[in-house]
Design a protein around this ligand. Structure first.
Ligand SMILES: *Cc1c(COP(=O)(O)O)cnc(C)c1O
Length: 463
């Protein structure tokens, strides 16, 4: 399988190079040159298999012969052995035809672990074979950073630098990034918001001299391998509820569009998904775009679901690429317009987008109310991001038999203040994290200045 850039100007790469480089050199994102297809019989055969085996079968057509089959099975096994649930990504029922897909049983209690643990193992296998090392730099709105640190800490071939927005991540999120003692882990507190961190990261990738000098690699949700890992749980959950013989719908708490784009990929591969619903918090740029056709940045308003507090939704570009019939120049033109704050979809593109996705948004009060409602209805305690999804799923409910699966993207204990405000209970951290408030923190404070951050990376990375 070859990977091509959404902007059409970068060379096509194989899976391993697309994974190790992250962003394409024309500023675009890598996508597979074609969508592999799984027949209904192949999907039906997933029933009753272990999560790891479904992961192998879903991802195999995308990775080709990058790894021998046995090696790839070992990589997958190592990736998920640290999950605290046998089913890895179990579903629980919270209403008559409503389900949660629990993606938070990994080491950092958020769905980012599902992909990051896997790519940690894939990077290690690939770099060892090539005798190379890389510097991973990431930007995080909270959960990506700790997931990357957990996935790469202690690896010989990798230094990992994570930029997080100063004061805009929860205390648990910050401590997950600042307390690991491994020498290859570097947490950077940036004076800015998440979009600033993400813009700095993009600029760093476009500084080709620096990129080559430090062997820069990206593991943000723009990395294709991350999206790929997330496709798997759409299959396992849908099959558990009757696919391919019965359609299911998904509601996805959305920020950078990586998770819901994985659902789009599953549908392209042949999984019969009825509706794919984008759920946003008050930072509802994607919901407004579907409604109006205009993607207009308005500035980030901090919320109680901070991992969704963004205005530039990077992976949306991958959806636009398909919506615009895979014409790189059309996507490049939209992204050029965005530099001045907005772009407008053609009417045809807006219509095609609305055939693929539905959307809704959720205010702060509605988020708290949804946490309380789920608790009352089912006894489950959900995090504020999941609550945004539950609220939008309820708004979009149409009577009928199609199950609705809302992605539970983080563990409630990661956001105890919001949960306590909603239901008066403080969810406890699981035992492996119970001492996180006692561990010493270690991080560097940096200004929103590319040259200064690059200098720090040069100085601190191991060579
Ligand atoms: C990252 C994250 C999201 C948003 O996911 P995207 O793939 O960026 O759309 C939602 N909820 C939680 C808890 C997250 O960590």
């Amino acid at each position: 399988m070859k990977y091509i850039s959404t902007r059409g100007q970068a060379p096509a790469l194989g899976f391993e190079d697309a994974m190790l480089s992250g962003l394409a050199r024309d500023g675009g994102l890598y996508v597979p040159a074609q969508w592999p297809h799984l027949g209904a019989d192949e999907i039906a055969a997933f029933a009753g298999l272990r999560y790891e085996e479904v992961a192998f079968r879903v991802m195999k057509p995308f990775i080709g012969d990058t790894y021998e089959d046995d090696e790839f099975r070992d990589i997958i096994a190592r990736a998920y052995q640290g999950f605290r649930h046998e089913a890895r990504c179990p579903i629980v029922q919270i209403g008559e035809n409503d389900f949660l897909l629990e993606l938070h049983h990994g080491p950092t209690l958020a769905f980012k672990d599902v992909a990051m643990q896997l790519i940690g193992q894939m990077f290690e296998a690939s770099l060892k074979r090539r005798g190379e090392r890389v510097t991973i730099v990431g930007a995080t709105s909270g959960d990506t950073g700790s997931a990357a640190i957990e996935a790469f800490r202690g690896l010989d071939a990798v230094d990992v630098f994570i930029m997080f927005p100063n004061g805009r991540v929860s205390e648990v999120q910050r401590r997950q990034m600042t307390t690991p003692a491994d020498a290859n882990v570097h947490a950077l507190s940036v004076d800015g918001d998440f979009d600033d961190c993400q813009a700095l990261l993009k600029d760093m990738f476009n500084d080709f001299a620096f990129r080559d000098e430090v062997h820069l690699a990206g593991v943000n949700s723009i990395n294709w391998a991350r999206v790929l890992a997330q496709v798997v749980y759409y299959f396992t959950s849908a099959v558990a509820l009757g696919a391919p013989y019965r359609k299911v719908s998904f509601t996805v708490p959305t920020g950078n569009f990586g998770d819901i784009f994985a659902g789009f990929v599953a549908r392209r591969m042949g999984l019969p998904i009825d509706r794919l619903i984008i759920a946003t918090n008050q930072n509802n740029i994607l919901h407004r775009t579907l409604q109006t056709g205009a993607y207009t940045k308005q500035g980030v308003i901090p919320s109680i679901s901070p991992s969704m507090d963004i205005q530039v939704s990077s992976n949306f570009e991958r959806a636009l690429f398909d919506i615009y019939d895979r014409e790189g120049p059309a996507v490049a033109a939209l992204m050029d317009d965005l530099k001045s704050g907005a772009f407008t979809l053609s009417q045809g593109a807006q219509e095609r987008l609305r055939l693929e996705f539905d959307s809704g948004d959720c205010s702060e009060d509605e988020t708290l109310a949804a946490i309380a409602t789920v608790h009352r209805m089912s006894g489950q305690i959900v995090c504020p991001h999941t609550a945004v999804g539950v609220k939008v799923a309820a708004d979009k409910r149409i009577s009928g038999q199609t199950p609705m699966i809302t992605l539970a993207t983080a563990h409630a204990a990661k956001f105890p203040d919001a949960v306590e405000q909603a239901i008066g209970l403080r969810p406890p951290l699981p035992p492996h994290m119970a001492d996180i408030f006692a561990r010493p923190e270690r991080f560097s404070s940096v200004p929103r200045d590319l040259a200064k951050i690059e200098a720090l990376i040069r100085a601190e990375r191991r060579t």
